[in-house]
Design a protein around this ligand. Structure first.
Ligand SMILES: Cc1ncc(COP(=O)(O)O)c(C=O)c1O
Length: 386
């Protein structure tokens, strides 16, 4: 008798299998240029690594409080105030295993069966899975190239009904790199207040905003702190993806609930990683400025190269992604990615992995040294011409 395990509608493996298919093809090619993943090519700055080693040498081998080391939470609170004008004290912060776990904790502590969650889309689809695991429903809020993929308040309002509980605002967004401008953020805040909704503001890319673009943390606006959970972390800004440190800042009662759930999931975030994160906030910031400058050089290079090829894109004001329309190639985006990989060794992910239903876009992450990016653009040009 065959046992059918996959009866659950909560989890679809379709997207995952296409990603795996691309990675399997890539593993057989010698000189692949990977422009698919969202993991910085830089290593974590040395002083952060040294701080974690010191913590181990100093016998910091034990549990911390479930919501994180007090000194780290104090440093996060100071950083949120100085950088984003967000006022949270250390008791309003839970340190998590990356923003990934912040997302899970937020959903687990807020959602009931049947709730609807509005999510900036195309999107980081971790949100879908976490919402579904709570028997709730993800509702994509489409963003469009013609608006540079900014989140448009009127489109949010159209999707609200009496089941709507949360708005997930990701700015800058993954996969589009779009920064939703302050005037839209202010309108989104008014909508949240009018309809009594909670906002999850995923600001993991808020340190990576480039010239002529401005970030506004929605939690700073009047009457918003009490209905906003601000999510942020160390993976992207400090090139610390493997350290698994993120955090949620929010109203005390929700934070207390999360802290309980957090304790039952994994007790606390890795202790020596927390000491590394503390050094990241308290130590010199010049390396993160250098990384950001380098990302900006690559970003501009890619935009120019895409212009030459004739592929359009929404203005990538932040993060390290460009979301590009490849319809000019005559191929659907997923076919484009597969053929490009097989023929040239350039690995890109199609927008279908981020909820693009039209199969027109690809996400390019400029997380390779500039010479590799130049080489990849030459290969793409050649592929198109052939
Ligand atoms: C929008 C967004 N949120 C959260 C995460 C999770 O980041 P981490 O768990 O490494 O902090 C990512 C990672 O790519 C992301 O793009």
């Amino acid at each position: 008798m065959t046992i059918i395990f996959d009866k659950s509608k909560k989890i679809s493996l379709d997207d995952e299998s296409f990603r795996s298919e691309l990675l399997a093809i890539a593993s057989k090619i010698k000189d692949v240029i990977p422009l698919g993943r969202g993991d910085p090519d830089f290593h974590t700055p040395k002083h952060i690594v040294e701080a974690a080693k010191r913590a181990l040498d100093d016998n910091k081998h034990h549990y911390t409080p479930p919501n994180g080391l007090p000194e780290l939470r104090i440093a996060i609170s100071k950083n949120l105030q100085e950088k984003y004008n967000l006022t949270y004290d250390e008791n309003e912060i839970v340190v998590t295993a990356g923003v990934q776990e912040s997302i899970a904790l937020a959903m687990l502590s807020l959602l009931e069966t049947g709730d609807e969650v509005l999510i900036t889309s195309p999107r980081f689809t971790t949100y879908d899975l976490n919402v579904r695991m709570c028997n709730a429903k993800p509702i994509p809020i489409p963003t469009y190239e013609k608006n540079n993929f900014s989140l448009m308040p009127n489109i949010i309002e159209e999707k609200i009904n009496d089941k709507t509980k949360l708005i997930v605002l990701v700015s800058p967004n993954n996969p589009t790199g779009a920064v939703t401008p302050p005037e839209n953020i202010k309108k989104i805040a008014q909508i949240a207040i009018k309809h009594n909704l909670i906002v999850i503001a995923d600001e993991i890319y808020a340190d990576l905003i480039y010239e002529n673009h401005e970030h506004l943390s929605i939690g700073t606006l009047e009457n918003m702190k009490e209905r906003t959970l601000t999510l942020n972390g160390f993976s992207k800004t400090y090139a610390m993806t493997g350290w698994r440190i993120g955090y949620v800042a929010g109203p005390q009662d929700i934070i207390n609930k999360m802290s309980e759930i957090r304790h039952s999931l994994s007790i606390n975030s890795c202790t020596f990683s927390q000491f590394g994160a503390l050094a990241a906030l308290e130590g010199p910031q010049d390396e993160i400025i250098k990384m950001k400058d380098e990302y900006n050089i690559r970003r501009k290079f890619c935009m120019k190269a895409l212009d030459d090829i004739g592929f359009s894109y929404g203005d990538p004001g932040g993060a390290f992604y460009i979301y590009t329309n490849v319809s000019n190639s005559g191929l659907a985006a997923s076919d484009f990615c597969k053929k490009l990989l097989e023929k040239t060794g350039v690995l890109l992910f199609p927008g279908t992995l981020f909820g693009d239903e039209e199969d027109k876009y690809i996400r390019l992450s400029y997380l390779q040294p500039i010479n590799k990016i130049q080489e990849s653009m030459n290969r793409i040009k050649k592929f198109i011409n052939e």
